[in-house]
Design a protein around this ligand. Sequence first.
Ligand SMILES: [Zn+2]
Ligand SMILES: [Zn+2]
Length: 291
Amino acid sequence: MKFKFYGVRGSIASPGLETVRYGGNTACVFVETGVEAGAENNALLVFDAGTGIRKLGDDMLARRDFSKRNKPDIHIFFSHYHWDHIQGFPFFKPAYRYRQKINLIAAHLREGDARAVLDQMIDPHFPVPGDQLHAQVNVLSLDENCELEIGDAIVSAMPLNHPGGGSAYRVTTAQGSIAYVTDNELVPPDTPRTTLEQWRQFLHGVDYLIHDAMYLENEKEAHLGWGHSILPETLALARDAEVKNLLLFHHAPERTDIELDRLEAQSQAWMKQQGSVCRVLMAKEGDEYQL
Ligand SMILES: [Zn+2]
Ligand SMILES: [Zn+2]
C-alpha cells in the first residue's frame, strides 16, 4: 500500500512563493493498495476532492491501466463538503471519460448531502452540470458497522468534531493501516461527537496518521468551535494512541514554508522529549509514502 499527498492546505488554495515547497492546493490524498509484487485485488482510494485532485486526475490518465477499456474503479471518500474538500472535483478529468466508474462515499453527514459534490457544478457556477459527466458516478454508503470493503482494503469511519459533521477514515490492509482525520477539533468547547478516548481507540497503533493541526496554541481561543485541532493536541493524541508516523495536515493558508519547517522541528523535539518513537512530519504536496 502507498499514498501520496496532492493537496495539504486547509480553507482555500494558497499558491505563492511563501508556500511553494509544502504546496498550496487544498485537501486531497491518494491511497493505492496492492502495489506489492504479485498483489491482486488492489483499490484506488481518494480522500477528499480539494483543488489537489486536478493533478491526481492527470496522473491517473497517464497510467497504463487507465488507457484500457476496463479502467480501474475510483473511490472518493469525503471527510465533509466544505469548499476546500470538494472544489477540485469539476476539474477531475477521469469524470469526463466514458467507461469510468467513480464512487462517491461519505459518512456521518446529513442524508442526501452527497449530491453537494455534483450540485456545485450547477449553472451559473460551472458550465458542465454534474449529471452530464461521462463517467458513471455512484453514491455509496457504508454498512451498519460504518465499514466498507474495497478490494483488499477495509475502510472504517468515525464521526468528526466539525461544524455540520463529517467523517474520519481508517484504511486497513495486510500491509498496515493509514488514518485520514482532517477538520477535527480534538477538544471542542461543546460535547464532542467523538471523545479523545474514542479517538485513541480508533487510531491505536496506526502506521500513518494524517491529522488536522491547523492552529497553534496561541490561536486556539480565537478559533474555539471552528472544528480544527491545535498542534499540541494532535501531537498528544499521536503519542497516546501509539501512532507510528504522524503527518500534520490541513495547514492554514497563511502558514509559510519557513514556519512549517520550524513547527516540524519543534514537534519532533517535543515527541522525543516525551520518550515517544512516533515520527512526526509535515504533510507536503507531492510526498509519497509506502507501507
Ligand atoms: Zn477544511
Ligand atoms: Zn471544514
